[in-house]
Design a protein around this ligand. Structure first.
Ligand code: PGA
Length: 259
């Protein structure tokens, strides 16, 4: 049964796109187009250098600011890294952690992701933890095993209370940036599995409350169907979040069935 208590979240991951000016303009256009009565949460994750400009552009709105990554240390000799407190200083309330591009291109392991999750939680940032299988893993029937390993690894040594604010994003790697969206049924199946794993780790109450976003080629024209699935609590959107009109349509999704 779908829980109506989970507030939907639509997050835009702008990846390594846009200058500060472009990012501020896009944020301003999104802010302007938001239904003032919107009940669900909207989160924007621009690149580090755009955080200040986007924060300023979002002033007076309820849109949350997120980073796309976070360091696991608070300060010190970590050239190129950005700490949780630096992100909070720049106006972030959330941090995307363990995105598949970080895992694949920057070789982040579950152990690194676990450290980042702990650091974000300690600092009071809302972690948006990404998990997902590759095409090869799906085709060799390893999807569930991969998701379980990623979840167990990410949450190792973290209590249910500490993990309370964490949002999980299920993003099948084969659907990211490819235009190949998981079908609503495929996504729903994976979300049910993820929720079951979270129940196993932290118990039923936690599993019922945790928000699980779907990510991977979410578009204005497929969001309604995806958001009609009872265990899909939101979307993490890449490409489509770079176009204000399209992303606004995603934000204002209209479930085709009652959740
Ligand atoms: P996409 O990216 O929407 O462009 O597929 C999603 C993501 O990587 O978070």
């Amino acid at each position: 049964m779908a829980s109506t208590k989970r507030i939907p979240m639509i997050a835009g991951n702008w990846k390594m796109h846009l200058t500060s000016r472009e990012a501020a303009d896009l944020a301003a256009a999104i802010k302007k187009g938001l239904d003032p009565d919107l009940k669900h949460e909207v989160l924007l994750a621009p690149g580090f250098t755009c955080l200040h400009a986007v924060k300023a552009a979002l002033a007076g709105s309820k849109v949350f600011l997120s980073s796309q990554d976070v360091a696991w240390e608070e300060k010190g000799a970590f050239t190129g890294a950005v700490s949780p407190s630096q992100l909070i200083d720049a106006g972030c309330t959330a941090a995307i952690i363990g995105h598949s591009e970080r895992r694949k291109i920057f070789l982040e392991t579950d152990e690194i992701i676990n450290k980042k999750l702990k650091a974000a939680i300690k600092a009071g940032l809302v972690p948006v933890l990404c998990i997902g299988e590759t095409l090869e893993e799906r085709e060799s029937q390893k999807t569930y095993r991969v998701l379980e390993t990623q979840l167990v690894g990410a949450f190792a040594g973290i209590s249910a209370a500490e993990a309370a604010k964490t949002v999980i994003a299920y993003e099948p790697v084969w659907a990211i940036g490819t235009g190949k969206t998981a079908t609503p049924d495929q996504a729903q199946d994976a979300h049910v599995f993820v929720r079951k794993q979270m129940e196993r780790i932290y118990g039923k109450d936690y599993a019922e409350a945790v928000r699980i976003l779907y990510g991977g080629s979410v578009k204005a024209d497929n969001v309604d169907e995806l958001m009609s699935q009872p265990d899909i609590d939101g979307a993490l959107v890449g490409g489509e979040s770079l176009k204000a009109d399209k992303f606004l349509r995603v934000i204002h999704f209209q479930p085709v069935l009652s959740r």
